[in-house]
Write a protein that binds this ligand. Structure first.
Ligand SMILES: C[S@@+](CC[C@H](N)C(=O)[O-])C[C@H]1O[C@@H](n2cnc3c(N)ncnc32)[C@H](O)[C@@H]1O
Length: 261
């Protein structure tokens, strides 16, 4: 007989725990998002799967470091109960809720100096998938955080899905341009100076404009330098997330990012 996981006790099975926690939590959709969130210290009050044996086999293969934590957390529920908790079932049939970190702690981390890695600023981004991809990049490069200006919620479920659970590996906050953390601001724009002639300091703010209209006048006014990525004349611009990738890579080539083991 397969182990069904933690006993939820009377009247407090996983769906009840799920609904009790949903307001203060974000959805971790799928095994990989849960794995990442646990690795980076997320508080996970409830995790369910309709295939506990399959999820633990994945853990054995891909995440032995969090296997025991997963075994303690994952409760098996019916396929129907799992499907009722998520908008679209994930191929790994795993879903969990993670407590959203406090804004006060995030703001403190962003303001802390000296800073050992840049903060990425997305100036009025529009595309939720791009924002998620940027958070994943920031986590991979060990950036201090990702700040968005404008109306997009960087903790929107679609952004969290795109970030693969890596919101918990960096700081993610929304701020006004006037409230950006201290540090020299390098704003990426095709009209700027060639990035290849520049060293990006560890305490930099690296700012990127929106997909549709580029950098706002407020952001340009706060910028210390406008910086361009190499691009042939007849190409108008790169995608936002790929621009962030190239810029973080350029910073890392100066020696600041985590070493490849
Ligand atoms: C899709 S582009 C914005 C295009 C927009 N139509 C415009 O008017 O700028 C999104 C952002 O990526 C960055 N970006 C794209 N291509 C770039 C390049 N060649 N050099 C520097 N930044 C670039 C900029 O920050 C830009 O605001």
């Amino acid at each position: 007989m397969t182990d069904p996981g933690p006993d939820p006790g009377p009247d407090c099975g996983p769906p009840a725990a799920w609904h009790r926690n949903a307001g203060r939590c974000v959805l971790l959709d799928g095994f990989h998002a849960l794995k990442h969130a646990l690795r980076f210290g997320a508080e996970v009050p409830v995790a369910v799967t309709s295939d506990r044996a399959g999820a633990l086999a994945l853990a054995d293969e891909l995440a032995p470091d969090v296997r025991e934590v997963l075994a303690g957390l994952l409760t098996e529920v019916s396929r129907e109960a799992y499907a009722s908790l998520v908008a679209r079932p994930h191929p790994t049939a795993v879903a969990a809720l993670a407590v959203r970190p406090s804004r006060a702690a995030g703001l403190e981390a962003l303001a802390r100096t000296p800073r050992r890695a840049p903060v990425v600023v997305l100036d009025q981004p529009r595309n939720l998938g791009n924002a998620g991809a940027v958070i994943r990049l920031a986590a991979g490069f060990g950036a201090t955080g990702v700040v968005t200006t404008g109306t997009l919620d960087p903790w929107h479920p679609t952004v969290v899905r795109g970030g693969a659970g890596l919101h918990f590996a960096t700081v993610v906050e929304r701020l006004e341009v006037a409230g950006l953390p201290p540090g020299p601001l390098f704003a990426l724009d095709p009209e700027g100076e060639d990035i290849r002639g520049l060293e990006l300091p560890d305490d930099a703010l690296l700012a990127f404009g929106s997909e549709r209209s580029g950098l706002t006048p407020e952001l340009r006014a706060r910028a210390d330098r406008l910086v361009a990525l190499p691009m042939r004349p007849q190409v108008s611009s790169y995608n936002l997330a790929t621009s962030v990738a190239m810029t973080l890579y350029h910073w890392s080539a100066g020696g600041g990012a985590p070493r490849v083991p």
